[in-house]
Design a protein around this ligand. Structure first.
Ligand code: F6R
Length: 554
């Protein structure tokens, strides 16, 4: 989703362009930069890649940049950020939503302001201009802007003489310093390689950056252990492929971390697991593990959770690789009473603010939009934190899949690449893998896919099956006999079936691990399958249409 990056100090525009490239993975449709030249502000923005929009920028004393993922107003050059006021002196970049933008816009129009975009964000630039007219000082004008707006936002204003004034309320914002250079960013990663100190602003905090000075008004917390992001693809064609292949390493690192920190969660009472998308599938896995141990556990899609208010749990387990998913954060913000345990791949992310205990996955930065290594490491973390399972065989089993399964997987690519729809079926824990595999195929290969527990076939879905309809089954050997009948039912109706199992006779055979650890291994060939189907269909799996890596709006 939208990203903000800014710097005051030598080489600011170059740093901002580099930072924008590091934010690319979050998904965006347009981008832009504003550079403070001393007596004016230069703005360059538009639809398209960062390389296209900001390939050449002038040098200056400070700069702010933005990647936009359209919410208010379509994808267009004029809706791209930064936005400027009527005088063109002040440039604004903004993430989130200004709830009262329509009434503010009407007021400002009445007072003669001229708007050049359809965005909610542009009101910030005009309010600042108006504040300057009223009070004549940056701080007072900035406070005026904050006092007028309602919503969930992070924004930064750049002035011609190199001040950056930034505020946060419900959307992430961090600041950093290194010598005389000061930085602001919505994501810790661009700061990791340059700033010696990084702080996450708390909601309601504001900050003023100017020539070597960082003045924070409000609360903040120091951020440590941010991974320096490598944008090197190595031998891989896409980040998604690279990240799939990184899984043995990511799992090993996560395991080592869990062992070193001796992390184990002893939970009791009612436990709710909250997450979205792929992380929700991890939550379902956690639910299975906890229920098997006799706990009262239930996984929820975060955006539906408020329906359940009044049945407050004793513990919440929140899972979010980015730590910034608004649907998850809003549950935690409104949670009253439960102890919150969190699993995230992003040290320094906002979710930490709402957590009593945090466990990290050590997947390293994930730049492909589709979650792969952050999913398997979240499953491993759940198994490590909640059970006494011996996890040591898992990284090796995944390594074996990646070494041996590729040729088996490729056989099924043409069928799925030409299919209009597919089913993914499993029972018990394998139905979690089926859901995740189906989401992967949908989101990066744009093939409609549905997952449901295998036993449900004859209660309706089998009606769609005709000659060649692809049905992918997933089964641990201990659950194979339960699924055998379902495979035959499908084949008898002409379905083109594929079985992923830990037996040599399977179509895609994977190494044997304990039944409760099987989802960490069996999803890997299905991630690869989705990847290859996307490639066969001529799609870029790293940039699926309409999707963003970090979903910071409701
Ligand atoms: C799918 C995917 C999304 C995310 C979801 C939650 O591949 O990546 O479904 O899983 O947006 O994101 P996090 O885990 O950051 O809360």
């Amino acid at each position: 989703m939208c990203g903000i990056i800014g710097m005051v100090g030598g080489d600011a525009p170059r740093f901002v362009v580099r930072g924008l490239k590091m934010l690319e993975y979050r998904g965006y449709d347009s981008s832009g930069i504003a550079v403070a030249l001393g007596d004016s502000v230069h703005v360059q923005k538009g639809v398209g890649t960062i390389d296209r929009v900001v390939s050449v920028v002038p040098n200056g004393i400070a700069a702010v940049g933005h990647t936009r993922w359209a919410t208010h107003g379509g994808v267009s050059d004029f809706n791209a950020h930064p936005h400027v006021d009527c005088s063109g002196r002040y440039a604004v970049v903004h993430n989130g939503i200004i709830d009262n933008h329509a009434e503010l816009r009407d007021d400002l129009l009445e007072r003669g302001h001229v708007f050049s975009s359809e965005t909610d964000s542009e009101v910030l630039a005009h309010l600042f201009e108006e504040g300057m007219g009223r009070y004549g000082s940056y701080l007072d004008a900035f406070n005026y802007v904050v006092s007028r707006i309602r919503g969930q936002y992070a924004f930064a204003i750049l002035t011609p003489d190199g001040y950056i004034l930034a505020a946060r309320n419900g959307a992430p914002l961090l600041v950093g310093r290194s010598g005389d250079s000061v930085f602001v960013s919505s994501d810790p990663v661009p700061l990791a390689s340059v700033a010696s100190e990084i702080y996450r602003l708390s909601d309601g905090a504001r900050v003023i950056l100017h020539a070597g000075a960082l003045q924070i008004l409000g609360d903040y917390v120091p951020v440590k252990n941010v991974s320096v992001r490598s944008v090197d693809l190595g031998n891989h064609a896409h980040y998604m492929e690279k990240e799939i292949y990184e899984q043995p390493r990511a799992l090993k690192d996560t395991l080592e971390y869990l062992c070193r920190e001796q992390l184990h969660w002893d939970l009791n009472g009612r436990i709710h697991l909250i997450a979205a998308g792929t992380s929700y599938h991890a939550a379902l896995y956690g639910e299975y593990l906890l229920r098997r141990l006799g706990h009262d556990a239930r996984a929820f899609v975060a955006s539906e959770y408020l329906e359940w208010r009044g049945r407050d749990p004793d513990y919440v387990i929140a899972i979010s690789q980015s730590g910034e998913t608004e649907d998850v954060l809003s549950v935690l913000r409104n949670a009253d009473g439960p102890i919150v345990h969190t699993i995230t791949n992003s040290p320094g992310s906002t979710i930490e603010e709402y957590s009593d205990a945090v466990a990290y996955t050590r997947a390293g930065p994930e730049l492909g939009v589709a979650a792969t290594k952050t999913y398997t490491t979240a499953l491993l973390a759940l198994a490590g934190l909640l059970t006494d399972c011996d996890l040591s065989a898992v990284p090796r089993a995944v390594e074996t899949v990646l070494r041996t399964a590729e040729s088996e997987i490729r056989k099924y690519v043409p069928t799925l690449a030409s299919a209009r729809s597919a089913y993914f079926l499993g029972r018990s824990l394998d139905s979690v893998t089926a859901r995740e595999a189906s989401l992967k195929l949908k989101e990066i290969a744009y093939v409609h896919a549905e997952a449901y527990p295998a036993g449900e076939s004859k209660h309706g879905p089998i009606a769609l099956v005709e000659d060649g309809f692809p049905v992918v089954f997933v089964a641990h050997s201990s659950r194979l006999s339960d699924i055998d009948g379902n495979i035959h039912e499908m084949r008898a109706r002409g379905a083109s079936t594929v079985l992923v199992a830990d037996v040599p006779s399977a179509d895609i055979s994977v190494p044997a691990v304990a039944p409760e650890l099987f989802p960490i291994v069996s999803i890997v060939p299905l991630q690869l399958l989705a990847y290859h189907v996307a490639i066969q269909r001529g799609l870029n799996p790293d940039r699926p249409r309409n999707l963003a890596k970090s979903v910071t709006v409701k």
